[in-house]
Each structure stands twice: as C-alpha cells, then as structure tokens.
Design a protein around this ligand. Structure first.
Ligand code: FRU
Length: 537
C-alpha cells in the first residue's frame, strides 16, 4: 500500500503513483486551481516518449483531486510525448495551453489545446487544435529540432501581438526564442531571441514575468513594463539541474530583456532554491493578486528504490514570490493556505542555546511539521566571530566543513532525527566576519543531508547558500518537514533550500526534532513554534 509508505508525503502533492517531473500550466479558473504535471502513467521512471499531462485541481492549493490526464500523445505532432508548456488566460477569460509535442520524427514542436467545455470548472477535457503543430523547428529558422521546447505563458504587447518564449540551445549557447502572434495560431519567429547566454547549455522551462518594484503583490504576465516594474527571466539548466533567475528590464519596443547584472551561473548566482528544485513555473493568481511559484522536487534515491516504492517525484509547497526591497533578489514564502494544516503548536520563548548544546523539541509530530524559529546572536559575539577563510567562496563547501566552528554556529534544527542522532538532517546557520578589519558579516545557510540516513545509496549532497541578512537582527528560519522532504526558508524567504532524505530509523513515531548549537558561542532562541501538520487530500 503506497499510502502507508514511510517516504510518501503527508501534505506535498504527489500523483497516485509512478513518475512525475515538471509542473506545467498552473492556473486559476472559475475559483479552482489547476495543475498539470509531466507524468509517466506506466512506471516510476521517466519515459519521455510516453509523457502525458497529469491533471489535478484544488480550491485551496493544499488539498488536490486528481483527474484523468488532460493531454495524451495521440497525433503525429505529439505521438512521442506531450511535454512541458504553459497556460495563458485569454482576455475573454478562456484558458488555452501551449505545449511541446515530441512529434513522429522526434522533433520538438509547439501545439495548442483548448478546453472542450468552458462551463466545466474542472476543465476535464481538452481539444487539440487541428492546426497543430503551430511552430516547427527547421534549418530555415535555425532552430535545432531537439532543443525547442517548453513555451511560456504568453504576454500581450502594446502592438496587439501575443508573445511567447521557448527554451533552446545552439551549441553551448542557451537561448529564449521569441515568437509573436495576433491570433494565437499563426506564430512568427522574432529576428532576435528574448535573451541568450553563452556557456549555459540548454534553457529548459523558461519563465518570464513582471514583478512590482515596491510591492509584494503579483502582476499579470501581460502587465506592461514601466518604471515600477522589473522583469524576471528564469531558466532551468540541465548541467546541474538548477533553476537560475535574473532580474532585469524588459524593453517592450525592442522586445529584448536586459538583466541588471548579466547572467551568473556560479554557486552564488540567484536561484529559486539551492537544493533540489527544478523545472519550476510561476503563474498569476488573479483572485489573490499574487504570483505563485511551483517546482518539481525529484528523488535523491536510486532508481531501483523508486521502482520499489512505485513512485518518484513530488511538488514543493506552492510559494508566493515577489521582489525583495533591495531589488537584487526574489523572496519566496509558502502560500498562507498551508497554515490551515497546522494543528498542535509547541512554543518556546527566549531560550538560551548554549554553545555545544542540543535541545529536543517535544510534543510535535516530528515527521510532519512546520517549524519557525528566530535566533538572536549578541552583538558582542558577532564582533568576535571567526573571519571567513579567503578561499571560502562556495557556500556549499562551507556547509560541508565538518569541524565544529570555534565561533558562531552552525546552529539550527536537526530534523527527521533518530533518538540518539544516528540520523538527522541539519538545517543550520553559520556566521563569519567578512574580514579582519571588517564590520560586515557573511551568513551562510546550510541544509546538510550527509547524516540523513544510514542507507548508503542515496544522494546526500550538503547544500548551502549565502543569506543576505544582517545578523544583528533576529535570524529567521522556517522548515517544512514532510517524511522525505525538508523545505527550508532562511531570512524570511530570501534563501530557500529543499532536500530529499530517506531515514531508516527516524520514521513515524521514532522521529525527533532538535534545536542545536555546535558553535562555541551561545545563541538565543527568541522564539520557536513547531506545528504538527495534518495530512492533505
Ligand atoms: C524538464 C524537461 C522539459 C521537457 C520535459 C519532458 O525537466 O526536460 O524540458 O519539456 O521535461 O518531460
């Protein structure tokens, strides 16, 4: 019975069984949220030639009803797989889907489907356009037929044309090809891509959307750019399976996007998540005026284990996403609806976490919980913090330093922990001074899976990222724990890290939650709230 398996999640969406990858085409229609996903109905491994669009609906983003697949391979233009794409809500309120078909020649082409019956709020049936494929790659348009996929939600230009961008590749140059259309059927390739960058490889699942400069409210994808608006371009890179984004300006007249800081692809580059989180997509929730981000979280276990479990892949909790005050990054926070699953609350106020100490958080269902902590470090201790080693520029490596620091941290939470801590995943913070004579600090957030399971075969990479906050202020850390996923938000959502872990001992009632401080200086827990979480549908 899949439901009773220890790694099956309690409140993260998963299809009833088998392999799932990307989230495609999230939307809200007649008050109902829809999500579609790349699904192999036949097994727990990816099979790109059989991929269908799985379909689920919800009224609250938490409880989901699974419907039968919305799009399946059936035509020459998609017979080898119905791949990722997006929904666009047309001005008359009608949703349409553009998706990539892997056609009978194994070329990637773009297809259109429309709802069969607009009065059905569940949009159970979709009709393929007789004009499919609408866009095909060819040597004439210089599009590589094995690298032309994942059309975005379309946006409407002031010239009365729709625009979409599609991910592509020319050698090691990744690019977002631009197409325009007046009627959504005939698409014309623009002479210039929306954006490109050398050395990145294929751009999968591009996402392009406006964000407000001074407001956490979301904007419709067609919202016109102007002084109060920035644009975000996200691409998913196959080299490392990470989602990178840039923030910049969209020049609507020239139809090009200019990122403020160029495209950075090193370990410090802006990413939605510094753990496992890929092929994500946002949509504008017009009812609640927010932009919501969805991401696919793959397994970290070997394929044979996935086959044994009968499933692979889950969905991160939908996150509201907006531009940070600094304009330098996005902020993400689990949608507020998730708080409805909170039940019993355990609360600590003002507790001293002495250097070298571990304290158990009693009274919470440790395998399925939502934990939010605020730490406070004294200014005196901050001034004495260790100076960061000059070569320590990669936060992931910093987080892998196993020796207890002589200074500030690591402190944080040990989640999905066994009683005697043979197993635990450590979500923690480390603080360094930036230099001998510097008043600045470097704060690092880590999610360390290296001790998460006694089982050997899993990927237990230690994840880490810089956290751009002042450590003189309370340091916030929130973690959503759900059986085999740990989703963590540092600095109120400035840095996010998602991990997959498979404890052998820390299962069910044998799971514990601890707060710890491995540094030598004391840290104060200003407040800690741990909620047991109900399961969702
Ligand atoms: C990303 C991706 C997409 C493609 C889909 C196929 O994970 O490779 O580029 O459309 O998955 O399932």
């Amino acid at each position: 019975n899949i439901k009773n398996q220890p790694y099956r999640t309690g409140y993260h969406f998963q299809p009833p069984k088998n392999w799932m990858n990307d989230w495609t085409g999230p939307m809200i229609y007649k008050g109902i949220y829809h999500l579609f996903y790349q699904w192999n109905q036949n097994g727990a491994v990816m099979d790109v030639n059989k991929t269908v669009w799985g379909h689920a609906t919800s009224t609250d983003l938490i409880n989901w009803i699974t419907l039968s697949p919305a799009i399946r391979p059936s035509r020459p233009s998609d017979i080898n797989g119905c791949w990722s794409g997006s929904v666009t809500i047309l001005p008359n309120g009608k949703p349409v889907i553009l998706y990539t078909g892997n056609d009978r020649y194994n070329r990637q082409v773009q297809n259109l489907v429309k709802p069969k019956n607009l009065t059905d709020p569940y949009l159970r049936h979709w009709t393929k356009s007789p004009e499919n494929p609408l866009v095909t790659p060819s040597p004439v348009n210089h599009i590589n037929s094995s690298a032309f996929r994942d059309p975005t939600t379309a946006w409407f230009g002031r010239d009365g044309r729709w625009r979409i961008t599609t991910g592509s590749q020319e050698g090691r140059r990744g690019l977002a090809i631009l197409h325009t259309s007046k009627d959504f059927v005939i698409w014309k390739q623009s002479p210039k891509p929306l954006h490109y960058h050398d050395g990145t490889g294929m751009w999968e699942c591009p996402d392009f959307f406006p964000v407000a400069r001074t407001d956490s409210r979301g904007l419709d994808t067609s919202f016109s750019s102007g002084p109060m608006v920035k644009h975000v371009l996200k691409v998913s890179l196959t080299d490392t399976f990470n989602d990178y984004y840039t923030i910049g300006t969209y020049d609507e007249v020239r139809d090009v996007y200019v990122p403020d800081k160029g495209f950075v692809q090193d370990e410090t580059a802006p990413r939605y998540d510094y753990g496992k989180f890929y092929a994500s997509k946002t949509f504008y929730d017009s009812v609640n005026q927010r932009r919501i981000l969805w991401g696919w979280v793959n397994e970290s276990s070997p394929e044979k284990d996935n086959i044994k479990k009968g499933w692979a892949g889950l969905q991160a909790i939908p996150r509201k996403v907006w531009l940070d005050e600094s304009g330098k990054r996005l902020v993400q926070w689990p949608v507020k609806e998730i708080e409805r699953l909170r039940t019993t609350q355990v609360k600590w106020g003002n507790k001293l976490l002495k250097g070298g100490s571990v304290m158990e958080v009693h009274g919470v269902t440790a395998p399925q919980a939502d934990v939010e902590v605020f730490f406070k470090v004294s200014g005196f201790d901050l001034e004495k913090a260790d100076v960061i080693e000059p070569g320590w520029t990669d936060p992931q490596l910093i987080c892998s330093q196993r020796n207890a620091s002589s200074g500030l941290g690591p402190f944080g939470l040990m989640v999905l922990a066994s009683k005697n801590m043979e197993e635990y995943t450590s979500v923690n913070i480390r603080i360094f001074r930036a230099g001998e004579n510097s008043k600045e600090h470097v704060v690092v957030m880590c999610s360390d899976q290296s001790t998460s399971s006694l089982e050997k075969g899993n990927d237990k990479t230690t994840y880490g990222a810089f956290l751009d906050i002042s450590p003189y202020q309370p340091i916030s850390l929130r973690t959503l724990i759900d059986k085999s996923i740990v989703e963590s938000f540092g600095g109120k959502g400035k840095t996010c890290i998602t991990s997959r872990v498979y404890p052998k001992l820390a299962i069910g009632e044998r799971t514990h939650l601890f707060a710890f401080n491995k540094g030598s200086q004391n840290v104060n827990v200003l407040s800690l709230s741990a909620w047991s979480m109900k399961s969702s549908l």
